[in-house]
Every structure is written in C-alpha cells, then in structure tokens.
Design a protein. Structure first.
Length: 142
C-alpha cells in the first residue's frame, strides 16, 4: 500500500468529520438564534411590565399624597373642634358652678349632687380620641 493513499484517506476522513461537525454547529447556532428571539421577546415584555408598574406606582403616590392632604385637613379641623369643645366645656362648668351657688343660696339646704365629669378628664378623653383617630389615619396612609 502506498503512503500517499493512506494520507489522502485520512485527510478525507478528517474532512468528513469536519463537515459533520459544521452541520452540527449549524443546528446549534439555529437553536441559539431561536432562543435569542424568544429572549428578546421576554425582555420586551419585562420592559413593558416595568413601565406599567412604574405608572401604577406614580398613580398610587399621587393618590397617597392627595389622601394625606385630605386627612391632614380633617385632623386639623378635628383639633380645632376639640379645642372649641374644651372651651365650651369649661364655660359650661363655670355656669354650672354659678347656678349651684345661686340655687344653693336660695334653697338653704344642700342636696346630694349627681356626679359631674371633670372638665380635664373630658378634655383628656377627647384628646386621646383625636390621637387614636390620627393614628388610624396614619396607619391607612402608610
């Protein structure tokens, strides 16, 4: 046998193996390109979803600020009403004391008085109610 034929047969076999390997690589490249298209579509969907989420978050922030301003105004008004009620309660107690003195001096006898709530305790209860309301409103805003 001639060495030239052996070398040519080996080169032919190597060439055949190279061609087969190239076919295999070509298939792999096609699959990768198909996967690339799928990945690009997935990325586009993620970008769209992110934009939608950002718009939703901006809307929620706007709504939250609006609610916070609304609730803040209500809390301020409630504090004003509470202070007005405190003043009216104090004036009512003064009037009650004056009426007691007037009626007590004219009747000449002391009758057992029904318990009258203390103005400070009523004011403290109103303040506690206002603070609980603020806490609830703050809990809703958070």
């Amino acid at each position: 046998m001639n060495y030239g034929y052996v070398v040519e047969i080996m080169v032919s076999l190597l060439l055949l193996l190279t061609i087969l390997y190239c076919v295999r690589l070509n298939r792999s490249i096609r699959l990768f390109k198909a996967d690339e298209q799928t990945l690009r579509a997935t990325i586009a969907e993620l970008v769209t979803a992110t934009e939608i989420a950002e718009r939703a978050i901006a809307g929620l922030k706007s709504t939250m600020k609006e609610g916070e301003q609304n609730l803040g105004g209500r809390v301020e008004r409630m504090e004003q009403v509470t202070s007005e009620l405190d003043g009216q309660l104090a004036a009512g107690e003064q009037l009650l004391e004056r009426l007691k003195r007037i009626t007590g001096a004219g009747a000449g006898r002391a009758e057992p008085e029904p318990p009258v709530p203390d103005a400070k305790s009523v004011a403290a209860a109103a303040q506690a109610f206002a603070e609980r309301s603020r806490a609830r409103l703050s809990g809703l805003a958070a």
